[in-house]
Design a protein around this ligand. Structure first.
Ligand code: 5GP
Length: 214
């Protein structure tokens, strides 16, 4: 029997807030157990829907800076006045274990990851329209008008970086967007460059088979 041992890879997912990235990522995790979502460290204030250690690891700025100095992060950024960073250790361990690791990070982080891991797949998720984005943010009801304005302006800026990504997915309907991402991941998984090791049938056994009389 021919067996292929394939390396895990990094899946970077970015999206303007309100594009539905969180829901999509949760579905991707449910679909395949050999996927791991990296938990970032941040200095931002906890929100009511945050779970420490699950959505983020929350630290004070001083501690974050100490971690930077210790080389704890694979990449980090300052986004809207708060620090966010991807821990190195977690990711290296999981990739070595054959897991595909999902990073939910913004555009600058995605670019840095792409420079470090040329095998990483970067996916940008878009809402069907900016009108829909505003409707979703209003419906969510967690932001003031001023904040919604900021988020939308940020989205216009982030979309300018789309050329650094490998794939774009429009999230009109979540289940369709997830199916499309699964197709992308399936094709990526079978790239020859991701094969770590090939085990073939033993040549002696095959020769015996060839020499056997019918
Ligand atoms: P939020 O505060 O809304 O949870 O996240 C703000 C932005 O920071 C989002 O675009 C999110 O994807 C991004 N982000 C979260 N963790 C990291 C990280 O570790 N590194 C980078 N570069 N961005 C991150």
């Amino acid at each position: 029997m021919i067996k292929l041992k394939k390396r895990g890879f990094l899946i970077v997912i970015s999206a303007p807030s309100g594009a539905g990235k969180g829901t999509i990522v949760n579905k991707l995790l449910q679909n395949e157990h050999k996927r791991y979502l990296s938990v970032s460290t941040t200095t931002r204030e906890m929100r009511s829907n945050d779970i420490p250690g699950v959505t983020y690891n929350f630290v004070k700025e001083e501690e974050f800076k100490k971690k930077i100095a210790e080389g704890y992060f694979l990449e980090y950024t300052n986004y809207a006045g708060n620090y966010y960073g991807t821990p190195k250790k977690d990711i290296e361990e999981k990739l070595a274990d054959g897991y595909d690791v999902i990073l939910e990070i913004e555009v600058e982080g995605a670019l840095n990851i792409k420079k470090m891991f040329e095998d990483a797949i970067c996916i940008f998720i878009l809402p069907p329209s900016f009108k829909e984005l505003v409707m979703r943010l209003k419906k969510r009801g967690t932001d003031t008008q001023e904040k919604i304005k900021k988020r939308v302006n940020k989205a216009y800026e982030e979309i300018k970086e789309i050329n650094n990504y490998d794939y774009v997915v429009i999230n009109d309907e979540v289940s369709q967007a997830v199916l499309l991402i699964e197709d992308i991941l399936k094709a990526e998984k079978w790239r020859v460059k991701r094969i770590e090791d090939i085990t073939l049938d033993k040549k002696e056994d095959i020769e015996i088979l060839i020499n056997e009389d019918n």
